[in-house]
Design a protein around this ligand. Structure first.
Ligand code: AMP
Length: 434
């Protein structure tokens, strides 16, 4: 019978790699806390309409990549509902912001999240159908200062700090402004007009987008379309004075803080909700899927999904890609040896198993990392197992049990010692060989 395997584009994360995942998450949580962010956890599935109205009907995400199903009604009072596994988390956060009236406090809301997202993309290295994002949003009523370019600069400076704390070097921050909603509408018209002559030479998707949502033509990845896209009018030429001033203040603050960036006038990002500042951090070590994280400002998003005016800015980091980047950087250095347990407890005989559990519990309560063997193993087998996974072996035979004096062998030095039970935890806490 064929075995059941993880679904294409999904994967299991196993130890010890999961340690790296946890370390990254813990570092992110610490950094976000210093910038006064709090954690939000939104549901993994939402009403499909949420994504259509925020991310945008014409985006690749909504038009091709969502996991959507009709949820059956369980009772007469329930309606069937179209549900979707979240392809990103900003829409869910803004929905929660509206639903809980978070703007009513008048305060800026600073929220971060960590969790899986789902997109039916073509899987390859660094691109999965279930992937993880660490993201954050800064959102609030205009009176909270949510539109200020300082917010954009602060978020970007925080990201530079996070990458530094993770010891990720060699990244590039690419930065652009896609202008206000009005600028974007103006640019859409300019693009639509420019596309009339050239769109027939482009791919099917672009021919459609040229009419429905011309900005999305700029996301096209088809190689033959690139020279045409390169020749199209640039969004920078459609920016109004306010957008230009806003962007100039973002870059001035980044210059002052010493955060390096590169202007990329083509960076529009593949989601419809962005306005003004957009950005992406890329890393050369990632190969084809080189975007580590992306984000931008979304001043009209709350209103687009029926909420009050609530400008905001946010980002999402690809956690899978952070891990790949760190692994690539680490493999250029000496790999860290896997951490071994402080002790392996070998009971001699099944009748001592219960006593061994009590001893292990004592040592674990003292904060030690302890592996518990089994009394049915022969001593030789216990030694072999212990040598692989622990720094020391503690032998619990009938004599040791009665006398309270344990036999401990240190695998680094090869020495064997007798240690009174009361001193055992302190002894085992010492570095190997001491
Ligand atoms: P986006 O939500 O499209 O702005 O993406 C933000 C970040 O999430 C990207 O820069 C990637 O690092 C990561 N990401 C997006 N899609 C995937 C995917 N299918 N697999 C792995 N990471 C992804």
């Amino acid at each position: 019978m064929a075995t059941v395997k993880a679904v294409r584009g999904t994967r299991d994360l196993l130890p010890p790699e999961t340690e790296l995942w946890n370390l990254i998450e813990a570092t992110a949580r610490q950094v976000f806390a210093r910038y006064n962010f709090g954690e939000i956890r939104t549901p993994i599935f939402e009403d499909t309409g949420l994504f259509a109205r925020s991310v945008g009907e014409e985006t690749d995400i909504v038009s091709k990549e969502m996991y959507t199903w009709e949820d059956r009604a369980r009772a007469q009072s329930e309606k069937t509902q179209s549900l979707t596994l979240r392809p990103e988390n900003t829409a869910g956060v803004v929905r929660a912001y509206i639903e809980h009236g978070l703007g009513e406090s008048g305060q800026l809301q600073k929220l971060y999240y960590v969790g899986p997202q789902f997109r039916r993309e073509r899987p390859q290295k660094g691109r999965y159908r279930q992937f993880w994002q660490i993201g954050a949003e800064v959102i609030g009523p205009p009176s909270s200062g949510s539109e200020s370019p300082l917010r954009d600069a602060e978020v970007l400076e925080m990201l530079a700090t996070l990458l530094q704390e993770l010891e990720i070097t060699g990244w590039t921050l690419e930065l652009n402004s896609v202008g206000s909603a009005a600028d974007r509408a103006k640019y859409s018209d300019v693009l639509r007009a420019a596309l009339v002559d050239v769109a027939p030479k482009m791919c099917g998707d672009c021919q459609r987008r040229a009419v429905t949502n011309p900005l999305r033509v700029l996301d096209c990845k088809v190689p033959e379309d690139q020279p045409i896209i390169e020749s199209l009018p640039k969004i920078g030429d459609s920016l109004g004075k306010d957008s230009k001033d806003h962007f100039a203040q973002v870059t001035a603050a980044l210059d002052a803080a010493g955060v390096p960036y590169k202007l990329n006038r083509r960076l529009v990002r593949g989601l419809d909700y962005y306005t003004r500042t957009t950005f992406e951090f890329t890393h050369g070590g990632l190969g084809a899927q080189n975007a580590l994280l992306g984000g931008g400002r979304y001043d009209g998003l709350s209103e687009a999904i029926g909420g009050p005016k609530a400008p905001g800015i946010g980002f999402a980091i690809g956690l899978d890609r952070l891990v790949l980047t760190l692994q690539a950087l680490e493999s250029t250095q000496a790999p860290a040896p896997a951490a071994k347990a402080d002790a392996y407890i070998a009971s001699l005989g099944e009748s001592l198993n219960a006593a061994a559990l009590v001893l292990a519990r004592e040592l674990r309560r003292a904060g030690l990392r302890v592996e518990l063997g089994d009394g049915s193993f022969r001593l030789k087998k216990s030694f072999e197992a212990a040598d692989k996974i622990a720094r020391r072996i503690v032998i619990l035979g009938e004599d040791e049990h009665q006398s309270g004096i344990l036999t401990v062998k240190d695998f680094t030095t090869g020495t064997q010692t007798k240690v009174p039970r009361a001193e055992l935890a302190a002894y085992l806490a010492r570095p190997a060989g001491e």
